[in-house]
Ligand binder design. Sequence first.
Ligand code: ADP
Ligand code: MG
Length: 959
Amino acid sequence: MPLPWRRLRVTTPHRFLTAARQIRPLHARPPPILLALQRARLASVGRVQNRGKKTKASVKLDDLPQGVIPLEPLPLENDVKKPLPQVVRQARSNMQRFENCVVLTRVGGFYELYFEHADEFAPLLNIKRAIRLFGPRDNPVEVPMAGFPFFQLDRYLKILVQDLNRYVAIAEEFPNDKAGLPGQLMHNRRVARIITPGTLIDENFMDPFTNNYVLAIHVEDSVQESRHPGNSSISIGLAWMDLSTGQFFTQYTDLSDLPSYLARIGPREIVLDEDLQTSKDHGIFSVLAEDRHLITYSSPSEVQAVSDWAPMLESPVSPKLEKTFTAEEIAAGSSLLQYIKARLQGSKMKLQPPTRQLDVMGIDKNTLRALEIKKTMRDDLFTGSLLHIIRRTVTKGGARLLDNWLSSPSTSEDVINSRLDLVAFMLVDELLRERVMILLRRCHDSHRLLQKFAFGRGDADDLLALKSTVYATQELVATLEQDSEGETCIHAMIARINLDGPNALAQRIKDAVDEEGLVQQHRLEDGEAGEMQALAQAVVSSEGSIEDTNILPKGARKKKPTGLREYYSDDSDVWIMKSGASPTLTGLHGELAALAIEKEDLGKDLKNRLGAESLTLRFTPGMGHICHVKGKDMKLNLSDVRNVGSSKSTRSFHQPEWTKLGQRIDQCRIHIRAEEQRVFQSLREEVILNIIKLRRNAAVLDELDIACSFATLAEEKKWTRPTLNKTCAHRIVGGRHPTVEGGLEEEGRSFITNDCFVGDVQRTWLITGPNMAGKSTFLRQNALITILAQVGSYVPAEYAEIGIVDQMFSRVGSADNLYRDQSTFMVEMLETASILKQATPRSFVIMDEIGRGTTPEDGTAVAFACLHHLYYVNQCRTLFATHFHDLTDMVTKEEMEGVGFYCTNVVEDEKGNGFMYDHRLKEGVNKRSHALKVAKLAGLPDEAIAVARKVLDGHVRSV
Ligand code: ADP
Ligand code: MG
């Protein structure tokens, strides 16, 4: 049956509305299509102006509850007085109020940009910018405008927020209380949320595998001190959270450690106190300037004390933690919460109480980068990084946790061992591991799901996802219990899972939500989306341009619009709640069934009474409840009915009894919908009641996922379980480099294993040897093995015994990161300085070819000084690779007994022509760099090689 709006000859959206309104009084409630039509007033703003022109209502800013954004509204510009339509004026005032945001204004089925925002962003978003003229013909006001259909919001948000790093204020339509009065719009447009790169909630362009953190930094309020960039002892408070999971952390630190925290947290956005904006020479800016961080300034916090945090948290801050908070930490937490509150414009939320990451190995940002933990150095790519090589997780939560763990390995022997125990258990019982992984795959991303509910979002599908996650968790617990007799690590894990409330919740969801109905509903919604698209299409074709059609979604348009049936068609009622979901619902469904029988009886009765065999009782959105006859019945003489339509072969008429009954049926359906909503709301509330348990369970599943992932990895790569202890020594036998090994394997080459016994007797290993012989690889592999071990993973070695490391440092030869243009001697010295200042006897340092960026004499001097300092002052474990051979003599002269000499070498063939690397580390010193052999291998012309040899042999002398 063609829909009414299809039959109207559509020329403008305005005509849509007018035509659509005519059919409205027939129904108790406007069908969705009518609402859709109302929404489709895309280009009707110009006409709104005509309507608005009669009165001179101006926007009163105070009438609009705009939330707590601490921005002074700018003075209203003159153009507010100009004859602009109210919609445009509201948009203008939102632009003024949220001056650092791109304002998107919902108008019907579209989001619009106005004025300079249209000018600036239409080209970036690749949408059409149009100019509309308002006011008198001879002196019109020009308003640039651009827009896109509402269902593409995510796509354009991604460009604005994710790609362009913009803040976006979304002004939604809110029903206007004064609607209906002259000059009043149906809706007011009010900013409902501000979206910034750090405050995403459930936008579908978010990366599911990493956390999206916003970080607030509070600097000690002693301006005088802090003006010296060199003063690194300034106290700093940090607070960061991921709004999409509700995780919230705090930490205190000082300026010198800030870069490490920044590297570890990887914030998408940093919030600083507004006061700092005026002191640009503050030391913090030199730290922040090193990486391009997105910085937002916020005004001093209204929330000042930890007790003020309570309304935004799902449970109170642990008193133990609260006692240890520093003033800076509290200030950072307060300003973070204040900032979040402002961004969300007062929508309610429940965040997890803050935690502090304890017992964490410090890895500074150069080390994270040099060791290619999460990204490769050369191209900043994930592929090829350590995380990429080791990740075998099957859930998104597990992947995010692994990402976190890798940048913050533990320093607690107990924590590491309990993680390793789990891996060991999962490694042995392969079958169990597989079963666990299958069950984990059935779990949804609980953290992000739950956070939707915490924000008062979350739909029926999310309920079902939660339900299946709870059931999968139930099965997981049962499976683990069955197979883990006497395994304390498993029992400890199971004990942390609490299913008491969640089980009941899952049962309630199962009993209430009609899964099949929901599936059907989705089909209908697809149809409705198709309707909207068709509508947008129609609007575009009457008002827009060819380019506009390109932004319409493809394909779905072909679908038949079916949305109307949801409310009115008799046979295809689709309910998302089962009839037993509540007593009221049971009653209503009984009523509906009785009404269906009544309808059937009435149909039969009318057939008899009127003698019309073909009579059916129907409903159409255009005509309401009608009787429909065809064929010979058309000719019946029916006195007390009102004809409403006829065609060649059919005839429709109203019949009072059917109209009355039909209305009762509609009423009953509306009640059912309302009751469904009520039940739905109470389920949402029950989710919130269980949210703490559900979140804790989800955290356990993440850890279980990582344990399985590590076990799978260990099995695949034949890695071994490391032993951790409290000494300051490494004993690694047959160590390999996790990523280099894989690369060589792909080329059919094998990796030569090497041992490392740094610590105890030899605190420093001084490594010499020719280029390309494997010095750098050796240094890094030992650092990586240490990190993997302290994360709780098996390691690429035959045997590994590691004294727990408190901080990991690496200074990588400038030659290796020339591409970053950081090869200057200055940068090298800055990095070295921070290592020499911070390394403790528990630290692990790798120094690769320090002193390259200057003359050999100076380089040797600096390198020796560093070695000396690390050895005598820091007393840390150090692997020190150098090509300054003189260093070995100097060390010997100084009688530094704890320095061991190691070298790599090449193997020459008997005649001395060819050679190969054996990549084997031996004790001793190698003063032959074999540079000429390498040069020859690289294809340096024979003549050049000959000259070089003469120089070496002393035949050519510099003057
Ligand atoms: P160096 O720092 O001494 O110049 P690298 O550590 O950069 O040498 O190693 C150069 C290359 O040699 C590496 O890219 C790798 O392909 C290979 N290599 C290094 N160590 C080994 C090893 N232990 N076994 C096999 N190949 C190795
Ligand atoms: Mg090297």
